[in-house]
Design a protein around this ligand. Structure first.
Ligand code: SDX
Length: 371
């Protein structure tokens, strides 16, 4: 038995939720380019969960269900108020989502109907938790979700500020949520599937996924990209900063990908959005810096931007605090994680690979007085 580092290239399961083949990403067979240009996030969530795009009445019903389930149990809100003020946003989300299970009497009901209900509940409640956390740490009261919000994107931005968000911001966030919704067997989705493959509950599966997404090699990269842009400061400093990183063989956050070797198809949509929002806000600094970084890194290392690179300047243009970038990734990916969890339950087998042993040869026990 010889181990493959990081399971690179290993096909660990079958799945019909999404696919990445020859650099093309599809959700249930629909190309991400098609969905990014035409679909709402709610349509995409329905597609991932049920395997088909909703008709008008199905979409209306899903929006009603999401709005009806967007309120977070008060006990969870009270807990959020007890977290230290400088709590990491993904640690807060991981903890709060885990505690949701304590207040859901059907948490351990393993029927498909119950798990579909919980998938919708989780999709509705994560945005409310992220927004509540963001306000509580500023000493503000959470804003209750609108009962008649047109979308999760609208309700999230509203809960963040307490004001009706503008159409441009809603549309930009909507498209970002579509682009981040699912991505085959990425690390956090794999973590979710391994967890529920033991027949553990959906809350445990999503909690495992949030823990995995937190890391800077995965979902945490978007925040790391923004930290890099802020550290560089102006476009004049880009060349020396990037050359220094490359010379020290340090990783440039937002570049490279385990699966895509010729570019991440989602990046072009976010790059375009970053430029459009920069023009609207009158601040193209982050966008122009990002373009220059891409020119150098791709030119010198052949590494292309991934989904996290331009999402950083997009979210900054929407005046979203940097440490909410990865929680927003988690909000979107809740649709994919729960779709994979539902699929795992349908045709389950415990996921238990092997390890190549590299430890000491067999040894005899030595009594402590002789050690
Ligand atoms: C996401 O899996 C998914 O689908 C994830 C995701 C999703 O939607 O779920 O797409 C979301 O997580 C995107 C990736 C976000 N992470 C980052 O942007 C962090 C920076 N990127 C790297 O850490 C890296 O590219 C990974 C983690 C994304 C992929 O890593 P691999 O496949 O394990 O590749 P590797 O680290 O073994 O690198 C291979 C070579 C190395 O050079 P050598 O040592 O062989 O000379 O490429 C180099 C690396 O040094 N390299 C980089 C680099 N990424 C790879 N060098 C500098 N900067 C980078 N970003």
């Amino acid at each position: 038995m010889t181990a493959t580092k990081g399971l690179e290239g290993i096909v660990a399961t079958t799945s019909s939720v999404s696919s990445i083949v020859d650099g093309v990403l599809t959700y249930r067979g629909y190309d991400i380019d098609d969905l990014a240009e035409n679909a709402s996030f709610e349509e995409v969530a329905y597609l991932l969960w049920f395997g088909k795009l909703p008709n008008a009445s199905e979409l209306e019903q899903l929006k009603k269900d999401l709005n009806a389930n967007a309120s977070v149990p008060d006990a969870v809100i009270q807990q959020l108020k007890l977290y230290p003020k400088n709590t990491n946003s993904m640690a807060a989300l991981r903890t709060a989502v885990s505690s949701l299970a304590l207040y859901d009497e059907e948490a351990n009901d393993m029927s498909r109907e119950s798990n579909v209900r919980k998938a919708i509940k989780l999709q509705a409640q994560l945005p409310a938790i992220v927004a509540a956390f963001a306000r509580i740490r500023e000493g503000k009261e959470p804003v209750a979700p609108k009962a008649d919000a047109g979308s999760i994107a609208e309700n999230f931005l509203y809960m963040l500020t307490g004001e009706q968000p503008n159409k441009i911001a809603i549309e930009a966030l909507e498209k970002a949520l579509v682009l981040h919704a699912d991505h085959e067997l990425n690390a956090s989705t794999f973590a979710a599937r391994v967890t529920v493959a033991t027949l553990s509950d959906i809350y445990s599966g999503v909690t495992s996924a949030i823990g995995a997404l937190k890391g800077p090699l995965h979902g945490g990269a978007n925040e790391a990209v923004m930290a890099m842009l802020e550290e560089i400061g102006t476009i004049d400093n880009v060349e020396s900063y990037v050359q220094n990183k490359l010379a020290n063989k340090e990783k440039l956050m937002g570049f490279g990908h385990r699966v895509y070797k010729n570019g991440d198809p989602r990046a072009k949509h976010l790059q375009k959005m970053s430029q459009e929002l920069g023009k609207i806000t009158g601040n193209l600094n982050w966008y122009e810096m990002s373009i220059k970084i891409e020119d150098i890194v791709t030119g010198q290392k052949g590494l292309k931007p991934n989904v996290d690179f331009y999402s950083a300047s997009v979210y900054t243009s929407l005046e979203i605090p940097r440490d909410l970038f990865t929680p927003i990734f988690a909000i979107s990916r809740t649709s994919g994680w729960t779709a994979h969890i539902l699929e795992q339950y349908e045709n389950n087998r415990l996921i238990r690979p092997r390890a190549e042993y590299t430890g000491p040869a067999t040894q005899k026990y030595v009594p402590i007085e002789k050690r």
